[in-house]
Structure formats: structure tokens, C-alpha cells
Design a protein around this ligand. Structure first.
Ligand SMILES: [Zn+2]
Length: 602
């Protein structure tokens, strides 16, 4: 097969599994344009190529941050390289493939001679210093937003930067600018994203990225998992992988991000991670992963096609160009199971549980950026941070360039989604498609490129496993308080039934059940030993008696696809499987528009 390439000029057919979707988009566009003519929400003027011919010129070209000795406030300088090179887990020839960039970043954790990354207390000071430095007379409004507390009692905080009237959610919405949410270090042992976000925060507040705030609002959560960071471990202090908790919201860390997302409704979300560089890759494939950046957008069932198209054309392609211009290499995000016998390579998963996928279900352009960092401590740290700074700057610049189109895209998608209730199909479960793929790694001794032919689970073409008619909504029993609370934390509209009603729909009858634990492409998800219920169900048509005090979740709302992911019970990510609902009789699919006396929850 042709080697799939990341080159920005690559044709659609050279990307793994991409061709069918893109062809479909091409066919569907005239129909959408015709539809747009009779709706009040105008369709984004979609460019015919990635060249963005219709986009207004952008006055800022901030990526990447360059060393400018004349600007003392700039975080980069020269000649302050770390005192001693960290020990490499591979040969000098491999290490030589990753020279340090010409800029030097100097966050607290990157200071010469430091052995630890920026501490939680240092991040808090850093954010407060930036807020304090914003002159009262300047257009910049900056604030540290308290989001909650981690399991270990650490403050969860965001920095809000805007040229709006103030830093409230209402002011950002009224600013007419798209909001970008940048999230670092959900996994505590992946420090480069967090250090890079401190750099980006300072450049936005004081440095070369300042002009972008004319076009975009930015919210930065530099460290989403401070307990994990303090212990240099992947999971939260309770042992859960918070980046598989974004639908269920069992951890305070994921809840804090959900509330922030609900309140500020970002148009674009970036999740900054690092990936495993040696370990099981070396054991399984005899190679060392070589790419500076691995990229992926949301790839889960039911995502609007235009959201995926925007992620690909408006974001990923400019990202590839920006990274290449800095001599940084890229590939799709991939990982492999911790089972050493399983030689498959998988792109980031298709389950609606990661931040990447759940933020897509919230109708944001959702991007994952991973640098090569897990297992190599401080090795190549300047290059890893430079990769993140370059990538995030590119995302911010793309958002500034596409601000007006993005302002139309999200309302358009949300209107379409609301209108699809009671009709069309809802995919309940989807999986990746396995294709042959040629993946480059490095020879661990010589450092030369090493070509591997692998079985590759592509998440770009979803395989439909289970689909149902899209209901008008879901009924939930009065005892479903936990499920209702979690849905509302996501921003889902839930109604309380005020008078007993009869609803026409389907109830679930359990036909088989087994206990298990959630799985992803890496293996078993770190979930503090929580057991799930793997149920098989049959649907039974009938009349549902909805007593006063029970709930109705309409699908005439922008978060309809997230509701489906949470409430169709027979998937490992569902509220039922994870026991946020007390049983199958507590939920039903409503198939005709109910005549309900119901109230919105306060
Ligand atoms: Zn991670």
C-alpha cells in the first residue's frame, strides 16, 4: 500500500481510511448549501481547498515563539541549556535524532540545574503573576478561575484571558470571539504539556502571542491532575485514569473540567499529552517511536461531519505545516496494548470516554497533541516543550484565522443536531477499522529509520457495530438522581415530570449479563477496580408510565449525541454499565413527542 503521509499537501486518498468520509462530504456539501438557504443559521463558507482563500488575512503570525533578546519579558533566551544531559534509555545515535531547539524555555521547572518539573505551587504563582501584570488600562482581562479541588486537596485552576469586558462566561460569549480551551497534564507523568502551557500563557499575556487575543478568548488549565503530577504518575490520587472519565464524571478532576466546559462552551479544545517512548514499543517491535508529535481529533460515533472536516482542514493540516517548519516530525496518534503478545497498533480510541471524544460530542473541535515523553524523564524536554508550544500556537492562529467561520459552525451543527431527534439513526457502538500500515520507528542502536509493517486500527473510518432509531428523548425514573446530576454537569437539559403521563416508546429487557472492567486500546482502563455490567438487551415497544417526579431528557438539544452515549445502556461507557443508574427499568427510549407537563430543573 501507499505509505500514508502527514504532508499537508497530501491527497485525501493517501490518509489511512480517510477516502470514504471525504468523498461523502464532497457529495453532501451542495445539499447542505441548499439547506442553508432556507435556515436562519448561515452555513460556514467552506473553502474548496485547505488554502483558506476566503479567510480574512490575519495580522498575527505568532507561531512559533522566537528568541528575541530585545524583549526581556519573553520567556525564551539563549545559552541557558541544562547543566547536565539526562541519561538516555537508548543509544546516543537515537538521542542525536532529537537535537534541542534553538530557543530555550525557562519556566520554573525548566530552569538550568532543576531536577523536578514546575510544582503545583509554582504554577499557581505563575498564573497569579500573569494576572497581576495585566495593566488595568489594557484591553487584556485576565483572571484565575477556581474550578474545584483535586482528590488530594490541590486547587484546580484555569487562567482566563480575553479582550471581552470581563472574564465571566457571559462576557466571553458576548465578545463574539471563539473560545479555545487548552488542557495540560491530565496524566501526571506527562509534564511537557503543562510546561508548554505556562509558556503559552505568558506569551498570550505579555509576549508574542498577544495579538491573537484580538480574535480569540483563551482558557488555560495548565495542570488538570495536580496529584498525579506531584507523584509523577498517570492516574489521579484515587487510582482512576481521569482521561477515561469525561462521560461518567466520577472524579472531581473530570467534573471540574466538565463544569468549565459547560459554562464557557469552548469552540476548540486542545488536550496536551505525552506518549510512551520506549517500554512496550521496544519490547514488541524492537524500535523506538520517532515522531515529535502525534495528533488526532475526536473519532467517536455520531460526530457531525462538518466538525471532523473543520478539525482536519482548519486545524490538522496547518498543524502539520507549522511543526514541519520547525523541523518537527508528526504522525497520527497511535498506541499499543500493554499485552506484549498483541502486536496491533491502534489510533486513539473510539469510545466516548476520553476528553478528545467527549469534547467532540460537545460540538467543539477537539484536538489531541502528544509529544514523545513518557519514560524518558527530562530527556529532550526543551524539544518536547517546543513541540507543544509550536502546535498550540498553530491551533490558536488557526482559530484566529477562522474566527468568523467557527462562529457559524457551532450554531449550525447544534441546530442540525437538535433537529435530528425522533428521526435518523443513532450509532450506539462503533469501532475502528483494521488496515495494513507502514509505521516508521527508529533502530534502537543505530538511530536509523526502521520501517514496520503493522496491523493498524484506524479510528478515522468507524465500523458500525450497533445502531438504533434515534429517539425523541429518554425517560429516567425518579430514583435516577446521580445520572441526572451528571447529565446536568455536562450542560444537558433535563425536565422533571410534573403530572403522571403515558409515553410511547421502548423499554430495555436484559437478555444476558456479565461483569467486567472497562477496556481501551491500551488494555484495562485504570478505574480503581470498578466493575461494570456488560448487558445485552432487547427493545420492547410499549407505553411507559411516567410518574410525577420522574425525568425526561429530550434529544432536541445540542448535546443529543452525548446523551445517547450516556444512556443507551449496553456499552461499556454507559451510565447503566457503570452503575450511575440503578437498573434497566429506570430508563426507556421515548419514540414519539410526549405531551408532558414538565419543568426545567433549576
Ligand atoms: Zn496522556
Amino acid at each position: 500500500m501507499t505509505k500514508p503521509t502527514n504532508a499537508p499537501s497530501s491527497s485525501a486518498s493517501s490518509q489511512p481510511g480517510w477516502r470514504p468520509d471525504r468523498m461523502r462530504v464532497g457529495l453532501v456539501l451542495p445539499w447542505l448549501l441548499a439547506l442553508a438557504a432556507c435556515t436562519s443559521v448561515p452555513l460556514p463558507p467552506w473553502p474548496t481547498s485547505s488554502g483558506a482563500a476566503k479567510a480574512p488575512p490575519v495580522a498575527v503570525a505568532p507561531a512559533p515563539v522566537q528568541a528575541e533578546p530585545a524583549r526581556p519579558a519573553v520567556v525564551v533566551g539563549a545559552g541557558t541549556a541544562p547543566a547536565a544531559a539526562p541519561e538516555a534509555p537508548y543509544s546516543a545515535a537515537v538521542a542525536a535524532r532529537f537535537p534541542a531547539p534553538t530557543v530555550v524555555y525557562n519556566t520554573p521547572g525548566l530552569q538550568a540545574g532543576r531536577s523536578s518539573f514546575t510544582s503545583n505551587a509554582e504554577i499557581q504563582s505563575w498564573l497569579r503573576d500573569l494576572v497581576a501584570s495585566a495593566a488595568p488600562t489594557s484591553k487584556l482581562k485576565a483572571a484565575v478561575l477556581p474550578m474545584g479541588e483535586s482528590q488530594g486537596g490541590e486547587a484546580l485552576e484555569a487562567l482566563v484571558l480575553t479582550h471581552g469586558t470581563d472574564t465571566s462566561a457571559a462576557a466571553l460569549a458576548a465578545s463574539g470571539r471563539p473560545t479555545v480551551l487548552l488542557i495540560g497534564q491530565q496524566h501526571g507523568n506527562e509534564p511537557a504539556g503543562s510546561e508548554a502551557l505556562l509558556v503559552v500563557a505568558r506569551e498570550l499575556a505579555q509576549g508574542l502571542l498577544q495579538p491573537l487575543l484580538e480574535r480569540v478568548n483563551v482558557i488555560i488549565v495548565p495542570r488538570a491532575n495536580p496529584d498525579g503530577a506531584a507523584e509523577h504518575k498517570r492516574v489521579t490520587s484515587g487510582g482512576l485514569d481521569m482521561n477515561r472519565d469525561h462521560l461518567l464524571l466520577n472524579t472531581p478532576e473530570a467534573r471540574a473540567l466538565a463544569k468549565l466546559t459547560r459554562d464557557y462552551h469552548p469552540t476548540v479544545v486542545v488536550d496536551a499529552h505525552e506518549y510512551t517512548v520506549v517500554g512496550r514499543f521496544l519490547q514488541k517491535f524492537g524500535g523506538v517511536p520517532k515522531y515529535d508529535a502525534l495528533l488526532q481529533y475526536a473519532t467517536t460515533a455520531n460526530l457531525p461531519e462538518f466538525l471532523t472536516k473543520a478539525a482536519e482542514e482548519w486545524y490538522r493540516r496547518p498543524l502539520l505545516a507549522a511543526l514541519k517548519a520547525q523541523g518537527l516530525s508528526t504522525e497520527w496518534y497511535y498506541t499499543t496494548s500493554t499485552d506484549l503478545v498483541d502486536k496491533k497498533i491502534s489510533m486513539g480510541g473510539t469510545q466516548p470516554d476520553t476528553g478528545r471524544n467527549v469534547n467532540g460530542l460537545k460540538n467543539a473541535v477537539s484536538l489531541l497533541i502528544e509529544t514523545r515523553g513518557v519514560g524518558i524523564d527530562r530527556l529532550h524536554i526543551q524539544r518536547r516543550v517546543h513541540t507543544h508550544v509550536t502546535a498550540i500556537s498553530s491551533v490558536l492562529a488557526s482559530t484566529a484565522q477562522r474566527a468568523s467561520e467557527l462562529g457559524q459552525l457551532q450554531p449550525y451543527i447544534e441546530k442540525e443536531l437538535s433537529a435530528s431527534a425522533c428521526k435518523d439513526e443513532a450509532v450506539v457502538q462503533a469501532g475502528p477499522t483494521t488496515i495494513p500500515y507502514e509505521l516508521l520507528m527508529l533502530d534502537p542502536v543505530t538511530g536509523a529509520d526502521k520501517m514496520l509493517r503493522v496491523e493498524w486500527n484506524s479510528s478515522l473510518t468507524l465500523r458500525k457495530i450497533k445502531a438504533r432509531v434515534r429517539p425523541c428523548g429518554y425517560w429516567l425514573s425518579a430514583s435516577s438522581k446521580t445520572a441526572v446530576e451528571r447529565l446536568r454537569l455536562h450542560g444537558v437539559q433535563v425536565l422533571r415530570v410534573m403530572e403522571p403521563s403515558a409515553l410511547l416508546g421502548e423499554v430495555y429487557r436484559e437478555t444476558a449479563r456479565s461483569a467486567g472492567v472497562r477496556q481501551d486500546v491500551r488494555g484495562t482502563i485504570a478505574d480503581a477496580g470498578h466493575q461494570i455490567i456488560n448487558a445485552e438487551v432487547a427493545l420492547m415497544r410499549g407505553v411507559i408510565d411516567a410518574p410525577a417526579g420522574s425525568y425526561y431528557v429530550p434529544l432536541h438539544q445540542p448535546l443529543a449525541n452525548l446523551v445517547i452515549a450516556a444512556l443507551e445502556p449496553d456499552t461499556q461507557s454507559s451510565f447503566f454499565a457503570n452503575q450511575l443508574l440503578d437498573g434497566l427499568p429506570s430508563t426507556a427510549r421515548v419514540l414519539t413527542e410526549p405531551a408532558l407537563k414538565a419543568e426545567e430543573l433549576p
